[in-house]
Write a new protein. Structure first.
Lengths: 470, 96, 404
């Protein structure tokens, strides 16, 4: 990003006053950092709230301070981008009101409620950029609660942030770009990758080729990981339905179905996910309007092409409002900041804003291609056995959910009220989408009509005995 | 037995701590999750069937890695850094 | 539009009062239609604290509450589930000698209603409930009171009504109510219509609108209890608890979660509410001195709902004074869960027998009348009035004590 291009500071309509910035960003990943940078370049000093210790988001999460691996070793092809995002945060953090290790647990009346080191505080805002990111999208499989089973993102974090593999012999399963990337990173780091089990058939990836060619470098990286794994003798199976994960008190193996064949493999760890899902609780508590996204197969906060939500003064950027990846997040963060600045009377570089929108549209087309290449396994709900634990917090099974549907319930919050699915500590982050799939399938309803789990404070658990800051 | 396997960054200062009343050690820069799971194979018991759990998402989302500290605080092991001489205890969960 | 359903009674509002009324009417062989705008028991009947408590109610409510206690005792027979109902006891804690004196006075005044209250001094409290915080100087125990899961119990009353023969409709927003001099005509936005000689107004916080349409305005206000639940904790407390003078109330369910309430939230729109950060933080800061085992625990979810309050905190329960065939049952001031089934039964008795077994005089809508009632004999037909979806008469209650 070119700061010189960002135009000359104009007098804003509203004067910044008081000890707290009235422009706030939630999330210090690629979107939030670029948003902060853009605001600062125009003379606005935002407050940047982030749950993590050192920023970077999940994708560019930094290893602890005294670790020694190079950016190349950690981020591969993306090392340059990761270093740039980190360097930007390092530069910014003393010029803005940067608050790491700060959980935003509620939003109410244009005030965010935060928790930092056991102390509660309030952060009022006039303008807010929500860049809350994503977590893995999980379609549970019998045995997924066993020690040794992690999400794909978790497997990557163990390696990147802690220098650890999740086991001695690891199976990677699911679908999406992360599947091959993490398997590759593990193998490169010296772990034993027992197999890669891709739920999408090879034919789907061939079909997706035209759309994927829109982002040739991304496509090339994907093909590279896939080819590297095969070249190094790592078995890659496609069109696979992960049947179950076995083990008594920890993982001992997996079995899967490929065509008519059932296959087994011994392993002591499994990493799996089907792409990503947006973290939308904060947008929900802020009152943002949601709409159904067929592409993401999820209800998402609506944003216009420039990043505005339906709530005045609230902007959405990055994967928290629809999965588009890290590059798009950087652009969307900058774009949302420019839009915000324009809306409050700053002179901005309109051409830059239009260019960002154009680039994001191109990524969106590529994203369509990825969805074709790694299609959502729509038969997952039909295949999920009754004994499958869907909600790992409340230990609610697929059979429990189907029983609730059989009693006449079909709306997801209602199903939650009846059988507790999604009611536990994680508030349905891990199981909500899977539960919705089962409810839709069991009730014969369209997936969109089942609804979405309402966001409820606290966004994450909140301790008793919490004291007010100051 | 250990769940996680250290592949890199092994050259770090050793931090002693107490796990379930027994002496244990981790490395500087470990999360509590790493420190525990490079020695043991679970972090907690599930709430309603007492089954072993060892976290899942490692990014503070799944809430399945809570452990108890000596001062009574309960924390997510995946997002809490190990400090020397800390007391960590694993809760067994229960069957309802 | 299709022909209206001809029934004996239409019940508007599928909370615990309306669903119980529908259940008892169906059990008496009446044709009844139960209409709910959202889902059965999804508002204050389903999201309340879950206290099933006689102790602490005004004496005026105790006859009805005593009957409700019998229904709760036979809950599975009535609704086919126990809804996690347990007669755990209800312990009302006193934080000062003055509060303890109020508990003593209540024990004396409420004798004769079968509650068998036991007064505990500091030592007795400590001996029987060792978890109680030192701020409690004494308590009053009603051993046969208890708690239940409102999410399960309230919808189960509607399911039981359906099994007993009632026609039950969810997502049925009433858009129009009229009376042609002989019977009521009720239409829903979903295109249903009903004709019936009896209409039961059990629409909770939204009931004042219908009352006003029939010339009986009531000064109803909305309250929004702040509620939260903890993660599952080791069992330490079996009784449901409250505090004399208001404040925090808490119970622990068999799965280990503690449900706590206290203070007021705020409305998001006429149909939904949030607990509000101030009330949540207040509970998190103050609960530990009353319930020390909560130290170190985490709250995992908060919620609120919309409850109807009349100025005297008594419900409106009984016949309309302006419109024959119209019965009211609303305004339970956040305390309708325990008493709801008996209130529904009393309304059903008025339809079936012309009067309820229990005197409802204290709950008459007449108490809000500013001019004499209309002459019932010469009552003219009420023109159809379209009920708007907004509820302008529901105004937020000031933040104050809740009524556990």
């Amino acid at each position: 990003m070119n700061e010189a291009k960002n135009g000359i500071l104009n007098e804003p309509f509203e004067v910044q006053a008081g000890p707290v910035a009235s422009t706030v960003i939630v999330g210090a990943g690629p979107a939030g950092i670029r948003a902060a940078q853009t605001l600062l370049a125009h003379g606005l000093r935002p407050c940047l709230l982030d749950e993590s210790l050192r920023g970077g988001g999940q994708v560019y999460r930094r290893q602890p301070e005294h670790f020694k691996r190079s950016a190349k070793a950690l981020y591969g092809f993306e090392a340059g981008k990761a270093e740039s995002v980190h360097a930007t945060l390092d530069q910014l953090q003393h010029e803005i009101d940067y608050r790491p290790e700060t959980l935003v647990w509620n939003a109410e009346a244009r005030t965010l409620d935060t928790l930092r080191n056991g102390r509660a505080a309030q952060v009022p805002f006039k303008h807010l950029i929500v860049a809350t990111g994503a977590t893995d999208r999980i379609l549970p499989v019998p045995g997924w609660t066993l020690p040794g089973v992690y999400s794909l993102g978790a497997a990557q974090i163990a390696l990147k942030f802690q220098g650890c593999a999740i086991g001695e012999r690891v199976v990677f399963a699911g679908s999406g770009p992360l599947l091959y990337l993490v398997a590759y990173q593990y193998a490169k780091a010296g772990a034993t990758v027992a197999a890669v089990l891709d739920s999408s058939p090879f034919s789907a990836q061939a079909r997706a080729l035209p759309a994927l060619l829109g982002q040739p470098s991304t496509l090339a990286k994907g093909l590279y990981y896939r080819a590297w794994l095969t070249a190094h003798g790592i078995p890659v199976h496609q069109g696979v339905h992960l049947h179950d994960i076995q083990g008594e008190r920890r993982v001992s193996g997996v079995s899967w179905q490929q065509g008519n064949q059932r296959k087994n493999l011994a392993c002591d760890a499994v990493a799996f996910a089907h792409a990503l899902r947006s973290e939308t609780q904060l947008a929900d508590l802020l009152g943002c309007e949601f709409s159904w996204s067929a592409l993401n197969r999820a209800w998402l906060p609506t944003r216009d092409a420039a990043g505005r939500s339906s709530v005045e003064g609230v902007y959405l950027a990055g994967d928290g409002a629809g999965i588009m990846g890290a590059d798009a997040a950087e652009m969307a963060g900058e774009l949302a900041a420019l839009t915000l600045l324009g809306d409050i009377g700053y002179r901005i570089d309109r051409a830059r804003s239009i260019e960002l929108q154009r680039q994001l549209e191109a990524i969106q087309r590529f994203r369509q291609g990825l969805e074709t290449a790694f299609p959502f396994p729509e038969d997952w709900a039909a295949k999920a056995p009754d004994r499958l634990t869907v909600c790992r917090c409340e230990e609610v099974s697929a059979g429990d959910i189907r029983q609730t549907v059989a009693e006449g319930h079909w709306e997801i919050n209602r199903v939650k009220a009846m059988c507790r699915v999604g009611m536990g500590r994680c508030q349905g982050r891990m199981c909500g989408l899977a539960a919705t799939e089962i409810v839709a399938h069991a009730s014969g309803r369209d997936i969109a009509s089942v609804g979405r789990l309402r966001g409820q404070a606290p966004i994450k658990p909140l301790p008793f005995g919490v004291e007010a800051e100051q | 037995m250990a769940l996680l396997k250290r592949l890199a960054e092994r050259d770090r200062a050793v931090l002693p701590f107490t796990l379930d009343g027994q002496p244990a050690s981790g490395l500087q820069g470990d999360t509590l999750l790493t420190a525990v799971l490079t020695a043991k194979d679970s972090l907690r018991g599930s709430d309603f069937s007492g089954e072993p759990r060892a976290g899942f998402c490692l990014m503070g989302a799944c809430q399945d890695c809570w452990v108890k500290l000596g001062d009574g605080r309960r924390v997510r092991a995946c997002s809490t850094m190990l400090e020397a001489d800390v007391f960590v205890s694993r809760e067994p969960g229960r069957s309802v | 539009m299709s022909q209206p359903f001809e029934v004996d009674a239409v019940v508007i509002g599928g909370g615990i009062v309306g669903a119980s009324a529908a259940l008892f009417l169906a059990l008496s062989g009446k044709r009844v239609a139960l209409l709910e705008r959202d889902f059965f028991g999804s508002h204050s009947s389903g999201v309340n604290y879950g206290g099933v408590r006689r102790q602490g109610r005004p004496l005026s409510q105790l006859p009805l509450s005593r009957r409700a206690h019998e229904i709760w005792g036979d809950l599975r027979a009535f609704i086919g589930t126990d809804g996690e109902y347990v007669r755990s006891g209800h312990l009302k804690l006193a934080r000062s000698d003055k509060d303890m004196a109020a508990l003593v006075a209540y024990e004396q005044a409420s004798r004769g209603f079968g509650m068998e209250l036991q007064l505990l001094d500091h030592a007795q409290l400590r001996a029987r409930f060792p978890w109680a915080g030192d701020v409690a100087v004494g308590a009053s125990l009603c051993a046969e009171d208890g708690h239940a899961n409102p999410r399960l119990v309230s919808p189960a009353f509607a399911s039981a009504a359906r099994r007993a023969g009632a026609q039950t409709f969810e997502q049925a927003h009433v858009s129009e109510v009229a009376h042609d001099g002989q019977s009521f005509l009720v239409r829903t936005a979903s295109g249903l219509s009903f004709r019936a000689p009896w209409l039961l107004n059990c629409a909770g916080a939204w009931a004042a609108q219908l009352a006003r349409q029939f010339g009986e305005p009531v000064p109803m206000r909305a309250g929004h209890p702040a509620m939260l639940v903890t993660e599952p904790l080791p069992m330490f407390m079996d009784v449901s608890t409250g505090v004399e003078g208001g404040g925090i109330y808490a119970r622990q369910v068999a799965r280990g979660n503690c449900v706590l309430g206290g203070g007021q939230g705020f409305p998001l729109d006429p149909a939904t509410a949030r607990p509000g950060q101030a009330a949540i933080l207040e509970i998190l800061r103050n609960a530990v001195e009353l319930y020390p085992p909560l130290a170190g625990a985490q709250a995992i979810r908060t919620w609120s709902g919309t409850e109807g309050y009349l100025p005297d905190r008594e419900p409106v329960l009984g016949a309309s004074s302006t419109q024959p065939g119209l019965l009211h049952g609303f305004g339970f001031a956040g305390s309708g869960f325990q008493i709801g089934p008996a209130a529904g039964e009393a309304l059903a008795q008025m339809v079936c027998a012309g009067a309820s077994n229990i005197d409802l005089g204290a709950f008459s809508i007449n108490r809000f009348q500013t001019h004499p009632p209309l002459q019932l004999q010469s009552h003219p037909p009420t023109p159809a009035i379209v009920v708007p979806s907004g509820t302008d008469n529901v105004t937020p209650l000031f933040r104050g004590r809740s009524n556990p």
